[in-house]
Design a protein. Structure first.
Length: 154
């Protein structure tokens, strides 16, 4: 378990106020634990209740990104990495896996009515304010999504 940064110090607008990075096993259990951690930290860092709309959005987005990393982005014996960042008016979820050649499609097509899969990125697109994918090196890719929120004083 690694922790890159976790601080309350004032940061420039483009720098996260808080950040945590952890590795999880590329299993369904790892994806579930990643979702639970994301919601727990979101509620602790923001003060939003667990059942608020932004917390539900964070849960859904994290669940989809983590399950995609397990299902489509894993190699035997390789973990995925979850990075959570508290931004000034949002929360960023990043999931890094070991299959950079398996990029999400640039345009998300509507699934067929009888299809049993293919809706995950549509949900991410619907619940996240921004999302995308970056390939940092020849061995990994990171799919990220940002959920914006407004505090009562904003």
């Amino acid at each position: 378990m690694t922790q890159d940064q976790l601080t309350d110090e004032a940061k420039p607008p483009h720098t996260p106020a808080r950040q945590l990075t952890l590795r999880f096993s590329s299993t369904r259990r790892g994806a579930r634990l990643a979702r639970q951690l994301a919601v727990q930290l979101f509620t602790e860092w923001t003060g939003f209740p667990y059942d608020s709309d932004p917390a539900r959005s964070v849960a859904l987005v994290t669940a989809e990104l983590a399950s995609n990393a397990v299902r489509h982005g894993s190699l035997p014996g390789r973990d995925f990495r979850l990075t959570l960042r508290l931004l000034l008016a949002g929360f960023r979820v990043e999931v890094t896996d070991t299959r950079p050649e398996c990029l999400p499609p640039p345009v998300i097509a509507e699934p067929t009515d009888d299809g049993t899969s293919g809706r995950g990125l549509l949900l991410v697109q619907a619940y996240a304010d921004r999302w995308g994918c970056t390939a940092g090196d020849a061995y990994t890719k990171t799919v990220w999504a940002e959920v914006e929120f407004r505090t009562t004083g904003s």
